[in-house]
Ligand binder design. Structure first.
Ligand code: AMP
Length: 400
């Protein structure tokens, strides 16, 4: 998919609106705990600065429900941008209020203005036309570099694109990189191509599973979602997480994999506990016979060995979703082992999904992976074969 690139535009002495994804995790003191999303936007921001233009940066942070809330202010983002860019970054007190509009009107060449959290405006998530127009009127050019929200039809992502013709809107470097990686991965993977899927629910990943199945050579399913597949085969899964309404779909996927010759791997043992808590007593049981009252919260040691063998010859690995409740140390071993084995392969390794990226980062393996996507939901929708609402308007005409 070829996108209009910011490289094709001439910004000199103009005003450029860049939709970024600065939705970074923070601790209880408001410190940014992972600034990868901010660092990932620097290439586009620095490129624009080199073109001698004025830059308006806009992002959401968390879910502030359409009104100002100090907790969700972009002040920490402004500080981190200032440290990373080594330049002044002016923060507006609002999004499209008096202060923001005045600051936009006063902008000079090479100024950087950051609007307050876009979701302080109710219209943002409703893709409100009036809000899109006010945002669009702020600048001569629109750049989308916010891959993490490109699957959302929001005012600053989709609505705003209607107010710029194709010579005045484009994708930033991060968005281009994400789209290219996932596009190449699915269209031209070097084989064997293995997808490792985990996380809590089948429902959130069902479409992606169905779309991936004909493209991969092996599919490994772990995490909470595996239990729906195990139950569908008639195994006793105790109190483990399950989606009973998806048992038929799970069976169909198993059948389809057989037909396509795709090797499907499910856990053979699990780390089980009686309660969903960090201090519960645990034991290892086979995946076929999880006792009543016990639930599987991580893959067991035999499964880890099985999955390790399965990825051994992979040339491309796509990983989305943890193998267990990795947030609790007792149930993090399976995910952590898999992360090490995936990093150790000679394969091109692509990690998608906020939780999986977080996990890889915690273990310190982020440098070992080929590519870590900044968007969980967006990458899943790409894998489902969808054209994202924020990306569609930036696709070259002859590609549509
Ligand atoms: P997702 O957002 O669907 O990728 O799911 C990520 C979440 O799945 C993490 O918060 C994990 O704690 C959770 N998870 C993984 N394995 C299990 C499991 N066996 N039982 C319950 N939750 C799980």
């Amino acid at each position: 998919m070829q996108l209009h690139s910011i490289k094709d535009l001439n910004f000199k002495s103009k005003r450029v609106f860049i939709r970024c994804d600065f939705n970074v995790p923070m601790d209880e003191y408001g410190n940014i705990t992972d600034d990868r999303r901010i660092r990932s936007a620097l290439a586009t921001i620095n490129y624009c600065l080199d073109q001698d233009c004025a830059i308006i940066l806009a992002s959401h942070l968390g879910r502030p429900k359409g009104e100002f809330s100090e907790k969700y202010s972009l002040v920490p983002v402004q500080r981190r941008l200032h440290q990373l860019l080594k330049r002044d970054v002016i923060l507006a007190k609002d999004v499209v209020g008096e202060d923001a509009l005045k600051k936009v009107a006063d902008m000079k060449c090479c100024d950087i203005l950051l609007l307050e959290n876009l979701r302080f405006e109710k219209g943002e998530t409703k893709n409100d036309e009036a809000l899109s127009k006010i945002l669009a009127d702020m600048a001569d050019f629109y750049i989308n570099d916010a891959f993490g929200v490109s699957h959302r039809a929001h005012a600053s992502v989709e609505g705003i694109t209607h107010y710029f013709d194709k010579k005045h809107k484009a994708a930033g470097f991060l968005l281009q990189k994400e789209i290219k990686f996932f596009g190449d991965l699915v269209k031209r993977p070097v084989r064997p191509f293995v997808s490792v899927v985990g996380g809590s629910k089948v429902s959130g990943k069902l479409e992606a599973l169905i779309n991936l199945l004909p493209k991969v050579d092996k599919m490994i399913i772990g995490g909470g979602m595996a239990f729906t597949f195990l139950k569908a085969q008639g195994y006793d899964i105790g109190n483990s997480l399950v989606e009973d309404d998806l048992l038929d779909e799970a069976l169909q996927i198993i059948e389809e994999a057989k037909k396509l010759g795709v090797k499907l791997y499910l856990p053979v043992d699990v780390v089980a506990a009686q309660t969903f808590s960090a201090d519960s007593v645990t034991k290892i049981t086979t995946a076929q016979e999880i006792p009543k009252g016990w639930m599987g919260l991580d893959i067991g040691p035999a499964t880890v060995r099985l999955f390790r063998e399965a990825i051994g010859d992979a040339q491309t690995i796509l990983w989305n979703g943890p193998m267990g409740v990795y947030e609790m140390e007792k149930f993090s071993r399976g995910s952590s082992k898999m992360a090490h084995y995936i990093a150790d392969t000679y394969a091109t390794t692509v990690v998608g999904g906020g939780d999986t990226a977080d996990l890889v980062q915690r273990i310190g393996l982020d440098e070992e992976m080929t590519f870590i996507s900044t968007g969980g939901g967006a990458s899943l929708e790409l894998l489902e074969g969808k054209v994202l609402p924020g990306v569609g308007p930036l696709v070259m005409e002859d590609e549509k």
